[in-house]
Design a protein around this ligand. Structure first.
Ligand code: GRF
Length: 217
């Protein structure tokens, strides 16, 4: 079976990228990373791609006069590499609606909260400030509005009373890696469809039970 070709867009650390690279080392994983694009020269994630022998492109937004010109360069890079599914993984640039339309239902994002709660930045600080008992992470198809679009998969992570944004972020990140790898598996193996604002699939296994926090004895 031909594997789906992924283009991953990053701006920094690249731990989600690394999770996808690791997953694709298994032959039965239905996707492979063929291109990594960073808008920053010094993104650490570029090293992960290079050590795995994956093509990289640095497209620095400062070198372009308009967002449109930058987006066109990113689009051209993806098309040249034969990318079929774009994965945003810590990519810190907003993409123009036209770019989003070109990759409609062919572009995923990972976000460190249970969307639609806590769109934007500082998700863990805000969750702790609000005293929520649960947070988590979400993989969704990208729409022009920031951190919005049909949800593929979510993971729920309890917030501990002693958590800092760093400790909570570390635990959520662990789930991000798992959820991104599994979401790409679902999409690449054709097990899900987007209908309206929802992602459906007949073989999706949904957990039976909810979680209560704090637990009652
Ligand atoms: C992750 O928390 C992701 O959810 C958010 O940006 C961060 C990227 O981390 N969109 P990494 O670069 O994948 O390590």
């Amino acid at each position: 079976m031909a594997r789906m070709k992924l283009g991953v867009l990053i701006s920094g650390r690249g731990s989600n990228l690394q999770a996808l690279i690791e997953a694709a080392k298994k032959e039965d994983y239905p996707a492979e990373v063929v291109l990594v694009i960073s808008n920053r020269h010094n993104a650490k994630g570029l090293d992960h791609a290079r050590s795995a022998g994956i093509e990289t492109l640095v497209i620095d937004h400062n070198d372009f006069e308009s967002r449109q010109a930058f987006d066109d360069a990113v689009h051209a890079g993806l098309v040249d590499a034969g990318v079929e599914l774009v994965c945003l993984a810590g990519f810190m640039r907003l993409l123009d609606p036209e770019f989003v339309a070109r990759w409609h239902n062919r572009m995923l994002n990972i976000h460190p909260s249970l969307l639609p709660a806590y769109r934007g930045l500082r998700t863990h600080e805000r969750a702790i400030e609000d005293g929520v008992r649960f947070t988590g992470c979400t993989v969704h198809f990208v729409r022009p509005e920031m951190d919005a679009g049909p949800i593929v998969m979510q993971a729920v992570v309890p917030v501990r009373p002693t958590d800092t944004a760093v400790s909570l972020g570390r635990r959520v990140l662990d789930y991000e890696h798992r959820v991104y790898v599994e979401s790409v598996r679902l999409v690449a193996s054709g097990h899900v469809r987007v209908s309206g604002s929802r992602v459906t699939g007949k073989d999706l296994v949904i957990p039976e039970n909810g979680l209560i926090s704090p637990l009652q004895s």
